[in-house]
Design a protein around this ligand. Structure first.
Ligand SMILES: [Zn+2]
Length: 255
């Protein structure tokens, strides 16, 4: 049966989920969902491989070095990719995070070097990417121009309407998460997003406030996000799911 929904960005390898993993996998199966499980570093990339070997029906593994882990060895990552290229569905979570390094210029330079290296892997392998761009969206958009990439997702999109237009004109996807349920600003951004470029995510185990009561986000949060999306775009729920699945399949090049 075709999946009903894709969580386009979640950290299933996060420590916080380790005791819940069985339940999360059951949840994904019973909701007929798939999840892009992103990595942060070498340890979570390896963990992701193990996860996929047991749960390949629901887990889609992305491997990458996150800007918060920019100190990781690029040689180790390169070896890992060479040995497992057939099992890697995409490159992520990668990107830049100006806020994480504040005014440490060397730290930001290292993030850029790592990000460029990750994009080269994605280009070489012809794989989609999942990109973090906190406080760095203009730099990220500029960097992406130098690569010939298929399936770029600017996850947790938090840019301006101008940046949104730049991104979607370039053919990049943007994803919205649980904040869509309570944030008027997010819904306004969504209204301006061309429908072919919208995806949804939980970014679990991130915690969301308001109606989500600061609990770690689970895949079961996703239907509420889709409901908020459907209302904003004046679609019925099933049509919103079909639209999202078509976008997800194009983004991933599979499902
Ligand atoms: Zn994330």
């Amino acid at each position: 049966m075709l999946a009903k929904l894709l969580d386009a960005h979640v950290h299933l390898t996060d420590e916080e989920f380790s005791s819940l993993l069985g339940q999360i996998i059951d949840m994904l199966r019973s909701l007929n969902m798939r999840a892009v499980s992103v990595s942060m570093d070498m340890a979570t990339a390896r963990k992701n491989l193990t996860l996929t070997s047991s749960y390949s029906d629901v887990v889609i593994p992305f491997m990458g070095i996150h800007p918060w882990s920019a100190g990781e060895s690029l040689d180790d990552f390169s070896d890992f990719v060479a040995n497992n290229s057939g099992k890697i569905a995409g490159i992520g979570e990668i990107g830049l995070d100006r806020k994480y390094v504040a005014d440490n210029e060397d730290g930001y330079k290292r993030q850029k070097l790592v990000f460029e290296s990750m994009l080269s892997f994605a280009e070489k392998l012809g794989k989609p990417t999942s990109i973090h761009s906190r406080g760095s969206l203009d730099d990220v958009l500029h960097t992406l121009q130098s690569y010939n990439l298929r399936g770029v997702l600017l996850h947790w999109f938090a840019g301006s309407k101008k940046q949104l237009k730049q991104a979607t004109d370039a053919g990049y996807y943007v994803s919205y998460g649980p904040a869509l349920v309570y944030s008027e600003d997010k819904r306004s951004l969504l209204s301006d997003t061309p429908r072919d470029f919208v995806l949804v995510e939980t970014d679990g185990p991130v915690r969301y406030s308001r109606c989500f009561e600061s609990k770690a986000a689970l895949p079961s949060f996703l239907p509420s996000v889709v409901f908020a999306l459907a209302r904003t775009l004046r679609l019925n729920y099933d049509d919103a799911c079909s639209m999202l699945m078509q976008n997800s399949a194009k983004y991933l090049g599979r499902l």
